[in-house]
Design a protein around this ligand. Structure first.
Ligand SMILES: [Zn+2]
Length: 245
């Protein structure tokens, strides 16, 4: 019998790994594959999933078209049947896509940090793709000029190239500010993964981020929308989408 374990999320320890080896733990409907460990970030926390390839020992390639989190496991949707429990696979990320998502995700930290410092507004959500980012926050009033000013502030922080450190912190050590983006942290969690833009902003967070702010590149304010009372939606994009590394 194959014992299913919780998938080890390798991207938590090193956001810059591009390839990995794993063993197939389970396969559902010939296309939903759970591995013992993975680098594929699942669609979650408002950040789009990774894509890439799983290569079986005989060389057969399975395209990963979607990755999601289901009952605590990371499930990879592949484009064809043929994988079974116990198979050894080599996984390769579509790195250009992942790296751009890391830049967007880190940009969202910078903007959320600036918004909450400047307005004390609560961040209520975000949606990050390879095309654009969206941040929702609870605020009654804003004007375009004000928001442009916040983007200028964010861009000057990025220009300063602050380092980003990732480390563990116990529940006792964690101050409430590290949870401003992380809703509903399970009370059973004793330790949190902290993403720390040094000297600026700390978040409890399980995602993939770049290691220094300059990698994000300059941000462009696209538009802001009113989504009902006390709910503001701000869209942005990374001005240059070329690879910096
Ligand atoms: Zn994050």
């Amino acid at each position: 019998m194959w014992v299913i374990v919780m998938t080890k999320a390798l991207y938590m320890d090193d956001c810059y790994l591009k390839e990995f080896d794993a063993i197939v733990a389970s396969v559902k409907d010939d296309k939903y594959v759970v591995l013992d460990q993975t680098l594929f970030y699942p669609n979650s926390g408002g950040v789009e999933h990774d894509t890439g390839t799983l290569i079986k020992e005989d060389g057969t390639e399975f395209k990963v078209v979607f990755a999601g989190k289901f009952s605590g496991e990371i499930s990879h949707e592949v484009d064809q049947p043929g994988l079974k429990p116990g198979d050894k696979v080599h996984g390769v990320l579509d790195w250009d896509r992942r790296y751009l998502l890391m830049r967007y995700h880190t940009a969202a930290h910078v903007l959320s940090g600036v918004f909450s410092q400047e307005t004390q507004a609560q961040i209520t959500g975000n949606q990050l793709t390879t095309q654009k980012g969206r941040i929702d926050f609870a605020l009654d009033n804003f004007d375009r000029e004000q928001l442009s000013g916040y983007f200028e502030k964010a861009n000057s922080l990025i220009e300063k190239d602050l380092p980003i450190k990732i480390y563990a912190m116990s529940r006792e050590e964690a101050d409430p500010m590290v949870f401003k983006l992380a809703k509903a942290m399970p009370s059973s969690m004793k330790e949190f993964r902290i993403v720390d833009i040094e000297g600026f902003d700390r978040q409890a967070d399980g995602g993939a981020h770049v290691k220094s702010l300059k990698e994000v590149g300059p941000l462009e304010f696209l538009k802001a929308e009113n989504k009902g009372k006390n709910n503001r939606r701000v869209y942005f994009r990374i001005r240059s989408e070329s690879q910096i590394q």
